[in-house]
Each structure stands twice: as structure tokens, then as C-alpha cells.
Design a protein around this ligand. Structure first.
Ligand SMILES: *Cc1c(COP(=O)(O)O)cnc(C)c1O
Length: 321
């Protein structure tokens, strides 16, 4: 007796369409092996509807490549020794240091041109340049055969204005220095909007149905079905679990075979009708005596579920993976 936990491919594709409706194609972020669900598995579901993929590094590129012919963008700089194989594999590397620009420039000369990514803070702390460094950085690119995809990451709502202003200033600087800026991308799920659409949207948690507060009509692509182990009538005791949750007498309690050992968040205890979450079992006040019982499904809101559990939607998704 085990829970079944799976992904709804149609929901994944509908979520891509919901973001693309903002006016730019979706680059599916499948780092950490597709948020734990398997990058190849996600590519199998999504390859027909996404523009490209985003991975962390060259190892993830190599693992994903058998599953797609689309471009794969790397968040990190590539060690010089592996740059050629990354480009051969259709990876678009990031450059955030003189050394990585020098290696890419060499490769560009050999090939008659090459596109790299340059991230402006908050791109990713370990692979970005600061907006103030744009002029100096542009001078290292000048005279090479490199074209640039300029990007940033709006990682904080509070600093969104400053991040985007720094990004625009850096872009101006690059263009004035004569660097070919061939595309720009700035938004992930939480900052996705018409204004931030640019040339593509980098969507990770949004594929699964997360919105991070954005008003986008995603739907939950996760489904968790838990076998019903036992139904019993609560009589006289008046509490569930270990006595910290009072419930009305004569409530009917369902014991379900799915617990935090399966990735169902322990913090769900106390939310809605969930009484307790143990390693293997969850108890809830009976809603309907269905077996199996749907603990998470298409009608759930991933943002809200995660908030009830006191975690982020990212933690919920990788935990269930
Ligand atoms: C992880 C990541 C994303 C995707 O973020 P979500 O919130 O999951 O959509 C986008 N861009 C960068 C730079 C990232 O590191």
C-alpha cells in the first residue's frame, strides 16, 4: 500500500501556455534535474511547447541533451576546458569573468561567432556582474566575435525596481560600446508580467502550477493519491494526533497512507481538515470516503498549499519528487 504521486503533462503544457500568453516564449528552467522530477521527463512533456531550457551547469546540459534539440542556456560559467564540448552540445554558456570571456572569444574566433550570456546582478550571485561593471566588462567583449544575451533575475520584489534599472543601464552601456546584444530575459515565475516578458520568460516553479503571487492562471500539475487505510469515528477523546488538535466528537477520521516520508509536508498538519502528518500516515477529518483519497490535485492552488505548510512552492515540488 503506497501513495501515488505524479505529474500531469497536460497541466504542465497548459501552464507554459499561460505564461507564454504574456507575450514571450517560455524557457523551461529544469535545473536540479527538473526540480527533482527528471529533466528528461520534463523535456518529454514540454519539448513541443517551450523555446529552450535553462540548466545550472555543463553536467546538466549533457544529461538533458538526449531529450531535446532545443537551445539549452547555462546559468553558470563553464570551465575553459569544457567550453568546446558545451558549445558542441548546443549549450549557451554564461560569462561573468575576464577568463570566461577570453575562453569564449577564442572559441568564437574558431567558429566565426558565438553567443554567450551575461548576467547583471541579481542574475545569480556566482555568475553575474554588477551593473556598475558593465562598461569595463563591455570592453573585454569589444573586438571579439561574441554576441550577448543579456539577462538578470528579479529575485526580490522589494528590489525589483533597482534590479531592472541596473539592468537597463547595463544594456545601454553594452549597446553604446557596440556589443551585439541579441536578446534579453529578466523574469522568472514570480516576476513574470507583460512588461518583463522581453524575449523569453525563464519559468521553473510555474511549470508545476506555482505563481508566486503573480496573477497568472496556472493549474496544479502535481497529483497525490493516498490509499485509505482506516476510517474511524472519533468518540469521546476529542482530539487528534497527540492531543494538540481538538476536533468535534463523532467526527469521522480517515487515516491515509502518505506521510512526510513520501514528501507530503509535515507542516500541512493543522491546515484545512488535515489533523496530523506522520512519516507514513496522514489523518484528516473525513470529507468523502473515497479510496484512494486525493491529497493534492488539479483543483489545489500550489502557492496556497505551500503557504499552509509554511514552505515555498519550490520545497513542496522537490519534496514530492
Ligand atoms: C531557478 C531560476 C529560475 C526559475 O525560477 P522559478 O521561481 O522556479 O520560476 C529562473 N531564473 C534563474 C536565474 C534561476 O536560478
Amino acid at each position: 500500500m503506497k501513495p501515488r504521486i505524479w505529474l500531469d503533462g497536460a497541466a504542465l503544457r497548459a501552464n507554459v501556455a499561460a505564461f507564454a500568453a504574456l507575450g514571450a516564449p517560455v524557457a523551461a528552467v529544469v535545473k536540479n534535474d527538473g526540480y527533482g522530477w527528471g529533466a528528461l521527463r520534463l523535456a518529454r512533456e514540454l519539448d513541443g511547447v517551450v523555446e529552450s531550457y535553462v540548466v545550472a551547469d555543463e553536467d546538466e546540459l549533457a544529461a538533458l541533451r538526449p531529450g531535446t534539440k532545443r537551445p539549452v542556456r547555462l546559468l553558470a560559467d563553464v570551465p575553459a576546458a569544457r567550453l568546446r564540448s558545451v558549445v558542441d552540445l548546443g549549450g549557451i554558456p554564461n560569462c561573468s569573468s575576464r577568463e570566461s570571456v577570453a575562453a569564449a572569444a577564442g572559441e568564437a574566433a574558431r567558429r566565426g561567432g558565438l553567443t554567450v550570456r551575461v548576467g547583471i546582478l541579481d542574475a545569480a550571485g556566482w555568475s553575474a556582474i554588477r551593473a556598475e561593471e558593465a562598461a569595463v566588462f563591455a570592453s573585454t567583449l569589444a573586438g571579439t566575435a561574441l554576441a550577448v544575451e543579456l539577462w538578470t533575475h528579479v529575485s526580490s520584489t522589494a528590489r525589483a525596481g533597482a534590479i531592472l534599472a541596473g539592468f537597463s543601464a547595463a544594456r545601454e552601456t553594452f549597446v553604446r560600446a557596440g556589443i551585439p546584444v541579441v536578446s534579453t530575459d529578466v523574469a522568472s515565475t514570480g516576476s513574470a508580467s507583460v512588461a518583463n516578458a522581453h524575449d523569453r520568460l525563464r519559468i521553473g516553479i510555474g511549470l508545476f502550477g506555482g505563481r508566486l503571487g503573480t496573477p497568472i492562471a496556472t493549474r496544479c500539475a502535481l497529483r497525490v493519491e493516498a490509499p485509505l487505510v482506516r476510517l474511524y469515528v472519533q468518540g469521546g477523546i476529542g482530539f487528534a494526533g497527540y492531543g494538540d488538535r481538538r476536533i468535534p466528537d463523532a467526527s469521522e477520521i480517515a487515516v491515509l497512507r502518505c506521510g512526510y516520508g513520501d514528501g507530503y509536508p509535515k507542516g500541512m498538519a493543522g491546515a484545512a481538515d488535515i489533523l496530523s502528518v506522520g512519516m507514513q500516515y496522514t489523518t484528516r477529518v473525513r470529507r468523502a470516503a473515497t479510496d484512494p483519497c486525493v491529497l493534492i490535485g488539479a483543483t489545489d492552488d500550489l502557492d496556497q498549499l505551500a503557504a499552509e505548510a509554511g514552505i515555498t512552492p519550490h520545497e513542496l515540488v522537490v519534496g514530492l519528487a
